[in-house]
Design a protein around this ligand. Sequence first.
Ligand SMILES: [Zn+2]
Length: 250
Amino acid sequence: MNLESLVLDIPVTDLLYLTDSYLKESAATVLRFEPDGRNGAYLVMDRTIFHPKSGGQPSDTGRILGEEFTFHVNKVMFAKGVVVHWGRNIKGTAQSGDFSLTLDWAQRYGCMRKHTAAHLLDSCLPRVLGRQLETTDSWVGDDSYVAYHGEPPTKKQLRSVEETVNSTISMGANVVARTMSRQEAMLLLDPSSLDRLPKSRDLRIVTIEGFRGIPCGGTHVRNIQEIGQFKLKPCQTLGKEFRVNFALNP
Ligand SMILES: [Zn+2]
């Protein structure tokens, strides 16, 4: 399926998780329903609580229900600012009207905890190593990691990072997301972190109290204490990058 032609003429989706990442259920109006010919379908709503696979965060999963309609959301994708839900069409069709959206909350909440932990790692690692680091990649699915340019830390440094992250978590700090102009963001952030972002639009800046904010469209916990116990696994070196692998206590 060509997603760009599927979403042609559809306005950008209202992303409810940006203002409230704890929203587990919501109502929404269907804008497009396209069967895929294999018991599945693509579904576009005017608004959504489902986070698409992007920014190192995996797709949310869950259900979309209506009168005589049951749909299991398996994958969520962005196409030109429009969120496309793909999944198994269990019963009925969804040509028009209002539907209820429900997240698989345990999976999403795990992502929120791991994604916030990745921000904290981003903040603590340069402090322990005493040098600036450029983040090149991250993933908060089953095997979570953050990748950076440069030489990997030693085992001793990794232990120190783990201790720093855990003591920071135990002290607690609020996580706040705020949308601001690029000019305002320039005053708060490392300007190099803005170079990679689109030039002409407001930015959503996520800040863990006591640390520098970073631009991010993901979902976070309200307070870092919700992350729980943070565990580092052995690092991997991949060419000029290294991956810091981590896990959380369930
Ligand atoms: Zn984030």
